[in-house]
Design a protein around this ligand. Sequence first.
Ligand code: SF4
Length: 404
Amino acid sequence: MNINFDASLIKKYDTFGPRYTSYPTALSFNPSFKELDYRDELALSNQTNKPISLYFHIPFCKSLCYYCACAKIITHKNERTIPYLEHLTSEIKQQAKLVGSKRTVTQLHLGGGTPTYLSDDQLASLMQSVYDNFNVADANTREFSIEVDPRAVRPTTIPLLHELGFNRISLGVQDFDPKVQQAVNRIQTIEQTFDVLDAAREMGYRSSNIDLIYGLPFQSVDSFAKTLDIVLGKRPERLAIYNYAHMPNKVKAQQLIITADLPSAKTKLAILEMTIKKLQAAGYVYLGMDHFALPTDELAIAKKEGSLQRNFQGYSTHADSDLIGMGMTSISKIGNCFAQNSREEKSYFELIKSGHLATNKGYRLTIDDQIRRDVIQSLMCQTEVNYQDINQIHQINFADYFQS
Ligand code: SF4
C-alpha cells in the first residue's frame, strides 16, 4: 500500500502529543497500581494460556548520545553490570514461577541502553536462565530480537547471539553524516555498521532492522537523502525512521544539543516527505507510524493480510500476547493492565533483593480505554479503522460513541 504525503493534514494536527507505544501511554500510569495487582492479573491471565513475550532492559552504555530519551546508565565500569544481572536473574526466576510451565515464550527482546555492553559470557548466562526457567517455543516459531549498537560489538557477538537463539537484530544508526554524528555525540562509521549487518546475514538471521532519526542538528533534505541512499544500498528488511522530539526540559541529555542547530519544522516535514517517497520508490512497504519493510518481510505480508500487530516491542506478526518486562524501568502488559518496574537502579535492586517484584506503578484499562486502544491499534497497524469491527468487539455504535 502506498501512502500519500499530505502536508496540509499534518499541519492541521500539528500539536504536541505522546508517542503511542501503548494506550494509555506511560504518562497515565499511577503508583496506586501495586505488585499485588500485577500478581492478580497474571494469575487471571494464566488461565487464558496466551503466549508470552519477554523484554529485558539492559541500561548500560559507554557514551551518551545527546538525543537519547531512554532509561540508561552511562559508565565505563563494566563491573556495574554484575549486580544488575544478578538482580535480573532473580527477577526471571520470580516471574517464571508466577507464569508456570504451561505458557510458551514466543517472543523475546533485549533492549536498552546497549544490550551488547554485556560480555559474551554474560549474554550467554542471561539467556541460559531464560531457557532454564521459561517454557520457550521452538526455534521456527519464536521471534528473538536484540538492539545492537554497532560501536559495541565484538567479532564473536553476532555468531554467539545467533547460537543463543536470536533471529532478528536491530541496528541503531540515526545518521551517517559526520557533522550530525558529531553534534549528537554518536560517531559511527558506515563500515562498522555494515560489518555487523553482513555478519548477521551470513549467520542466517531472519531479518535486520535499521533505526534512523530525522530532525537532528544540521540535517537537511539533501544530507538525510545521502544517509538513506547508503542504507538502502544494503536493503535492510526493515527500517524505522523516528522523528526527533527536542524536549530539553524533560530530557537532560538533550540540553547538550544546540537548539539553533536543529532543522526548522518546515525542513523536518520536507525530510519526512522525501523519506516516504524515497522508501516507496525503493520498494518498501509502509507498515504504519514510522516503520517500513520490504514486501517479502513477514511484517509486510502481515500488513497485507490485515494481521499486523503492534506492542511495546514494535510491529509483530505475533497475535496479542502478554508481555513481561524485566529490569529497571521495564513495562509489562498483562491482560488489560500495564505494570512498570521501578525506574531507578537502586530501588529496583532493593525491591528484588527483598523478594518482591519491582512493580512501581501501572494502569488498569477501563472499558473506554479498551475501545480507544483498539481504534489506535487499528490505525497504527491497518492505517484505517473498520467501524463494524469495533462495533462488534465492543458492542457500541462507533458513530455515536465518537461523535464529539
Ligand atoms: S541512543 Fe542507545 S547507545 Fe546512545 S545513549 Fe541512548 S541507549 Fe545508549
